[in-house]
Design a binder for this molecule. Structure first.
Ligand code: DX5
Ligand code: ZN
Length: 226
């Protein structure tokens, strides 16, 4: 048995926005709270932004994980770090200077995350990832909750896991999209550290129980070197 402890990050995209503080409290045992920021340009959907993140931060002790699906993150991401988000993830497809952006996020006190869409290869971005703390592998096309898991992206997870386990990268590997009781085990086996789950958590009768059940499934199926 390894001492691997999977992180579960409920996505509030599937929560009831009219009762947001209660919905955050409903996942009290979660490791990270995933907040999907969409601008209607980088993705064809519009959600919430900095004012809502600023409202959530004081009402929870859970580290807030902001996933920015926006254009021009070089300009806008820093505000989320300054507000107190624990991890701020930008998309490599949108960032102009991702190395400088990571440095700015870290200087503002946040961890820096880099996300790749399902069709974006990992290989060209490995050097950039040396400047990041988190790699977010999208397992659906970003934009909406409740989509089906794209298992093909697990090859990128395996490649990232190898790079981390051999000491070539020092990122936490996070996956986002279509994670539920049927898909989390294969993601864990491929080497994911942190699992985002929206509809699987907030669609459950007891969101906190869903978090525990997902963590248990991920923990028992992961085989880690060292
Ligand atoms: C999709 C978002 C996800 C979404 C996941 O663009 O980035 O975080 O909330 O939702 P589920 O878990 O329902 O696929
Ligand atoms: Zn997300």
């Amino acid at each position: 048995m390894s001492d691997f402890r999977p992180l579960i990050a409920p996505s509030i995209l599937s929560a009831d926005f009219a009762r947001l503080a209660d919905e955050v409290a409903a996942v009290a045992g979660a490791d990270w709270l995933h907040v999907d920021v969409m601008d209607g340009h980088f993705v064809p959907n519009l959600t919430i932004g900095l004012p809502v993140v600023q409202a959530i931060l004081p009402v929870t002790d859970i580290p807030v994980d902001c996933h920015l699906m926006i254009e021009d993150p070089d300009r806008w991401a820093i505000g989320y770090a300054e507000a107190g988000a624990y991890n701020v993830t930008v998309h490599v497809e949108a960032a102009r200077d991702p190395v400088k952006l990571a440095a700015n996020l870290r200087a503002a006190g946040a961890r820096a995350g880099l996300s790749i869409k399902p069709g974006t290869p990992l290989e060209p971005h490995i050097e950039t990832l040396r400047h990041y703390d988190t790699l977010l592998v999208m397992s659906v096309e970003p934009g909406f909750g409740g989509q089906s898991f794209i298992a093909d992206v697990l090859d990128k997870v395996r490649a990232a896991r190898r790079l981390v386990d051999t000491g070539h990268l020092r990122v936490l590997v996070e996956i986002d999209g279509g994670i539920n009781a049927d898909t989390i085990e294969q993601a864990a086996e491929a080497g994911v550290d942190c699992f985002v789950a929206g509809s699987a958590v907030y669609g459950a009768d007891e969101p906190a129980h869903a978090v525990e059940a997902l963590r248990e499934l991920a923990g028992t199926s992961a085989h880690r070197a060292g």
